[in-house]
Design a protein around this ligand. Sequence first.
Ligand code: PAN
Ligand code: ZN
Length: 188
Amino acid sequence: MYASEPFSAAIDRETGTLASPDNIYERPLSAMAAMYEDAEAVKAALAGGDPIIYKVYEKNMPELPGELQWCMSVTMPGKIGREYFMTKGHFHEVRDTAEIYLCTRGTGYMLMETEDGRTDAQEMRPDVAVYVPARWAHRSINTGDEPLISFCVYPGDAGHDYGSIETAGFRKRIVEIDGKPAIIDNKP
Ligand code: PAN
Ligand code: ZN
């Protein structure tokens, strides 16, 4: 039978995100405090409020392999210490599922890695699409001074697995050194 019906969704020109999302979730710093390298800087940022690091504007789609999940991901500009604001990052629960991110606004990187230790970072800037292959964990990092916005599409049943990223983190970090983004080892 049919799991979903045809529809369209507009993007709001002003905000650059979905005009009528079914759901918006916001990730504040407190929900990912342990992921940043500088615990003192995290503490200072939390003391001054609890900044929203990123938001996701979603459509509710059936979690079926033949369907597509799609959303707009908005990572805010800012840093915790020298480390740029970033998403938590994840593997897909169904490992053999890929994803496409089309960057529409802002600048940054898509940081990726595999379970067996390969790493990669692709630049994100408007009108550039990044292909995240199956089996690669992925995290967006905003190195600019405006929101980094991407349109994301991935298989309906992919799911999100935050487990190993929450405990061990990515092998690389992107931090500001001498006023520029630099990719460094997480645990040198
Ligand atoms: C994206 C991400 C979104 C938020 O839609 O879910 O950018 O990042 P986290 O899920 O890592 O918190 C995606 O990659 N979906 O699969
Ligand atoms: Zn994903």
